[in-house]
Design a binder for this molecule. Structure first.
Ligand code: AN0
Ligand code: CP
Length: 320
């Protein structure tokens, strides 16, 4: 595997889950694999979990790691071709990328959606430039439209905690003061569609996700109806995906606090586990009581980020 951004990149998902279990039982099993290999993690945006868990994963595999925060200490980068660079940006990404490729064997990229130009974001312009110009295997650490390491960790967490063979998993939109990308819900939907679960998405009208990611999921606009009988509740805010109205792309259309996941919402479920990728704004997305409840899986999800990243880096190392 040279590139990782979509669920199909892993091939057989059951096989990938077995590898995750193997790594969880012995996370240093492949410590020789990454000897004298260097991972470069490039961050265009902030991170706590992705930065720490991916670095830990690389260390599990015996790799060396370089972390670059593009916005702290590096030259300000222009990302669009054809621009007259007479502003504050000193270097173009089209030189910076191949230069970065000179110093490493694998590159991880975090680059969020700009949320102003839907075509630019959904073309995965920045990530694909790394694929095209770095000369190295590249994997997504949350790009404009996907966050596969998170979705993989979430699926591992569901597998570990499910109490029935085919659980009902409900992804619910929840309010947030600022516009957030659709990467997390897109990938979660994509991965749940590939997994053996009964998957329902609920959100206010206007927040329809891209059909490519929704797939065959049931979309239910009545949040209570959607949550009834749920075994897992996956909360997430996202801004308008611009599917039904392109002019609204990236906008906050609703801050309706009746969507905040509280104990009443959880009482409609089948004693569901609560999930969120973090970072989460308490009492916007979820109340203190729900996130602190023993049924909350937010910390196990974060812990499994080390496992999903170790599987992905192992696969890439085995291909170079
Ligand atoms: C980001 C998002 O919603 O995509 C990262 C989540 C992993 N969240 C924020 O920017 C708060
Ligand atoms: N869940 C997640 O990716 O968190 P960070 O943004 O802190 O990396």
């Amino acid at each position: 595997m040279r590139y990782f951004s979509r669920v199909k990149d892993l091939g057989d998902l059951q096989q990938a889950l077995q590898e995750a279990e193997e790594i969880k039982n012995d996370r240093y099993k492949y410590v020789e694999l990454g000897k004298n290999k260097t991972l470069l993690m490039v961050f265009f945006n902030s991170s706590l979990r992705t930065r720490l868990s991916t670095q830990k994963a690389a260390m599990n595999l015996g790799m060396n790691v370089i972390v670059l925060d593009v916005n702290q200490g590096a030259w300000k980068l222009e990302t669009e071709r054809g621009v007259v660079m007479d502003g504050d940006k000193s270097e173009h990404l089209l030189e910076a990328i191949p230069v970065m490729g000179c110093y490493c064997d694998i590159i991880g990229v975090r680059s969020f959606a700009g949320l102003s130009d839907r075509d630019y974001d959904y073309a995965e312009t920045v990530f694909n430039q790394f694929v095209q110009y770095s000369g190295r295997p590249v994997f997504a650490m949350e790009t404009a439209t996907v966050h596969p390491l998170q979705a993989f960790a979430d699926l591992i967490t569901i597998e570990e905690h499910k109490e029935v063979k085919r659980p009902k998993v409900v992804m619910t939109w929840a309010p947030h003061p600022k516009a957030l990308p659709q990467a997390v819900p897109n990938s979660f939907a994509e991965w749940m569609n590939a997994a053996d679960v009964d998957f329902v998405i609920t959100h206010p009208q206007g927040y329809e996700l891209d059909p490519e990611f929704v797939g065959n999921a049931v979309v239910e606009y009545d949040q209570q109806k959607a949550l009834e009988g749920a075994d897992f509740v996956y909360a997430k805010n996202w801004s308008c995906p611009g599917v039904t109205n392109l002019a609204d792309y990236g906008k906050v259309l609703s801050k309706d606090m009746s969507w905040t996941v509280d104990t009443e919402h959880m009482s409609w479920t089948n004693n569901a586990h609560f999930m969120h990728c973090l970072p989460v704004r308490r009492n916007m997305i979820v109340t203190d009581d729900v996130i602190e409840n023993p049924r909350s899986l937010v910390i196990p999800e974060a812990a499994n980020r080390e496992i999903s990243a170790t599987v992905v880096l192992k696969r890439i190392l085995q291909s170079i």
